[in-house]
Design a protein around this ligand. Structure first.
Ligand code: AMP
Length: 113
């Protein structure tokens, strides 16, 4: 199976502005930021979409959420930030390796477009 774009960033085969790494996940700045802070939190395990996660991934999913909070705080936006997951092309997913968008540093509208 060929590697996902994000596996290539994890494996340093293509560059990424990496700001966090641990045994379960990596976080790097989005190449096309939608906010002053726009970081992607990506599990090392290449789960294609949120819907593909299983009960076996429960701890990992929790870890990803806690990592989002840690990063938002680290970046100075712990008071106001948004975490988003696009599941499926119809919801705007373009990279099929699960990732959490962490956005902050500007006013957020609801519902998102
Ligand atoms: P999604 O549309 O939810 O699948 O999000 C994919 C995100 O990956 C988009 O916000 C892209 O801007 C971002 N992206 C694509 N290629 C790269 C890259 N090489 N480095 C960092 N972010 C990327």
């Amino acid at each position: 199976m060929s590697k996902t774009l994000f596996e290539k960033i994890i494996d340093r085969e293509i560059p990424g502005d990496i700001i966090h790494e641990d045994e379960h996940c990596i976080a790097f700045r989005d190449i096309n930021p939608g906010a002053p802070m726009h970081v992607l939190v990506v599990p090392r395990k290449p789960i294609p979409k949120l819907v593909d996660a299983t009960p076996e991934d429960q701890q990992l999913l929790g870890h990803l959420m806690l990592t989002c909070s840690k990063i938002a705080e680290q970046e100075g936006h712990g008071d106001a930030f948004r975490v988003a997951i696009n599941n499926g092309a119809g919801a705007g997913q373009s990279v099929f390796h699960l990732h959490l968008h962490v956005l902050g540093g500007r006013a957020m509208k609801w519902p998102p477009g």
